[in-house]
Write a protein that binds this ligand. Sequence first.
Ligand SMILES: [Mn+2]
Length: 332
Amino acid sequence: MDEFDIERAKKEMQPWNWWGIPTFFKCPWDEDPANCDIALVGVPHSSGNGSTERDQHLAPRAIRNTSGWYRRAHQHYGIVPWDIARINDLGDAPLPEAMVNDISVEHIEAYFKTLDAAGTRPVSVGGDHAITGPILKAIAGAGAKTTGGEKTALLHFDAHRDDYQHIPHWLGSRRSAAHWAHYTVVEDHVDPERSVQLGMRGNPIKPREDVNHSILGYKLITADDFFSIGIEKTVQIIRDRVGYAPLYITFDLDVLDPTEAPAVANLEPLHRGLRAWECLQIFHGLRGMNIIGADIVCMIPTKDTAANITSMTAMAIMFEFIALIADYLNSR
Ligand SMILES: [Mn+2]
């Protein structure tokens, strides 16, 4: 046997899922946001939603594990994201007071401000939906470098509206997973006139007056609306509404039908949810848009199937967001 070149062998092994350290998509681990165009970030935060099980902080670890399988080219766009953009795993947002939601959201905001200052675009894995408020505050609105101080458009996939201005607190949290879609509008980080909430369904805790519209100004496309108007019309509504504004995407996995994503925090059974492939068609319809960041939230890996289907679906969605941003950056 010739001399074994160990360093070369390590490079050859690097793409294989079961070999080495499981970073997101086996990207380099580099905590400096200045070193990447797209920042893959875990936000292991679980104290923003006390209405259900709280193992949502375990999702970044689960998706790091499954995503190694999926370091792929994007066939539909004809790109290899890892080759056309600098994409690193930055690790996790530090949460030294993880049990206290309203302090943790401030820590999340401070962390994401370092990404904003570096000019990188985050694709994050929660955590519960309380993480989206501080991310939006850090990267959009007055003082944000990412949007040049402008508000962002928001595309919000969810079974729930998370806009509970009429609930003063959620088990003590005032910036919870149920409040973020409200306070980011009234504090001028999100422009509701350019934003869409998509996929809402099921029964609320109390009957709402504004069942088919948003008094905050969002365009609301309920799951039933979506099933009647279809994918193409939905994409057209989103593109017309967002226009050339910067766009942030937040994806609560409970928008998916529970048959495809069982391991989520607030399951909505009986009422039909979106299929993963329908979401995929919508993502493809967003190609070319100025997507400044995205997150995937509300996964509880301890409830997943033996085949980790929710984790696999979540990481495939994460890949789509990475590909959309890499493709946009590459086409500028
Ligand atoms: Mn939800």
